[in-house]
Design a binder for this molecule. Structure first.
Ligand code: DP6
Length: 360
């Protein structure tokens, strides 16, 4: 098992005076969910996700050497100053500075934009933290006497991104990433995400995810509050055990491409996540009536047509519709005709499995 010390920074050479680095990172959608953490952003169970392709954050990191101590950060979101983003980034810097001491040596202007609507309920913390981490680590790498090899870069990027937002650990690589130790996946680790390397049927390499925007409002429960609800939750341990079992059960399904078994497991997992919120104290009902209508329509469609379409949910009301590329035109027609009406403003986002962090 890799230890945290492994990620401490190595000796720096000369630092540039100023410059800009740009990275993009995608959102990801978990099939087995991370819900409950301990210590320094460590997961109570292993999770696995599809890395997405179109839903990305693009971040330009402008840096300029400074003499003062402490952090100096300004954020522009979609070209507008966004001081409300600074505390979260400051907290992120506090957590990672011991692994990246150069954070105190520069003033940073972070210019960031999402290809998906900010308030859409899509996990922008995953893509945002992963993209920012990519740019920061590229800066550090350019200062190291001996730069990191690409695989070490990815591992450290995931390790650092995790400290910004747990799910961001899964946005560095693709198509599928595991984060959290699992006995059947030797390379898995609580400290960072790893590319899922066990056999995957080719169908999963081009899987589609259409995100139905049921509720575009602000999140009802922040992730921080949500994860904390698991601390005294009466079903917490059963849930963590269930997630570990779900991942074990998913492995032969991923290998065989048994899409009906996949649908069954992925849906039960999404409902288990919501069951935790329904039964926490205080309790939260994050689905909306339209979420349930969509779920029912998807199950009916699958039963009637045999098309292996299924849903998953994040901690909100939106529905991710997952299906193989071969069914794309039929499923998009179904979405247009039967599901679009349940979406806020008729809006949905069509995405697919992708590859993770990218230098721009
Ligand atoms: C429901 O990664 O947003 O999307 O670590 O507090 O930033 P923090 O939490 P976050 O939690 C995501 C929870 C989830 C499930 C998942 O993506 O695995």
């Amino acid at each position: 098992m890799t230890s945290e010390e492994h990620f401490l920074s190595k000796p720096y050479g000369p630092k540039p005076d100023s410059g800009v680095l740009a990275y993009q990172a995608p959102s990801n959608i978990a099939l087995v969910k991370y819900w409950g953490k301990y210590g320094d952003q460590l997961p109570k169970n292993a999770s696995i996700s599809f890395t997405l392709d179109h839903c990305v954050t693009q971040t330009h990191l402008h840096f300029k050497k400074k003499e003062t101590s402490g952090f100096s950060i300004a954020v522009l979101f979609d070209g507008q100053p966004q001081p409300s983003f600074v505390p979260k980034i400051q907290q992120f810097f506090d957590r990672i500075v011991k692994y990246m001491p150069l954070l105190e040596a520069f003033h940073f202007d972070i210019k960031t934009t999402n290809t998906f609507p900010h308030s859409s309920g899509i996990a922008s913390s995953a893509s945002g933290m992963a993209a920012l981490t990519g740019a920061l680590l590229a800066l550090e790498n350019s200062c190291l006497k001996v730069p990191l090899a690409p695989s070490d870069f990815e591992q450290k990027a995931s390790f650092l991104a995790r400290l910004g937002s747990g799910s961001a650990a899964r946005s560095i690589q693709g198509p599928m990433v595991v984060w959290g130790k699992h006995p059947h996946i030797p390379e898995s680790d609580n400290l960072f995400g790893t590319l899922y390397q066990a056999p995957i049927d080719p169908v999963f390499r081009s899987f589609q995810d259409t995100i139905l925007l049921v509720d575009e409002g602000e999140k009802v429960v922040s992730s921080t509050v949500g994860h904390a609800l698991m601390h005294d939750h009466p079903y917490a341990q059963s849930r963590f055990d269930q997630a570990q079992k779900h991942l074990a059960d998913l492995m032969p399904i991923l290998a065989s491409g048994d899409l009906l078994a996949f649908s069954d497991l992925v849906e039960r997992e999404a409902l288990a996540l919501h069951a935790m919120m329904l039964t926490s104290d205080p309790s939260f009902i994050l689905m909306k009536p339209n979420t349930l209508s969509i779920i029912e329509a998807i199950r009916r469609y699958r039963a009637e047509t045999g098309h292996p379409v299924c849903f998953t949910l994040d901690a909100g009301a939106n529905v991710h519709v997952l299906y193989p590329e071969q069914c794309k035109s039929a499923v998009l027609q179904f979405i247009e005709q039967e599901l679009k009406g349940f979406c806020s403003g008729g809006r949905y986002i069509t995405d697919r499995v992708g590859h993770g962090l990218k230098k721009l």
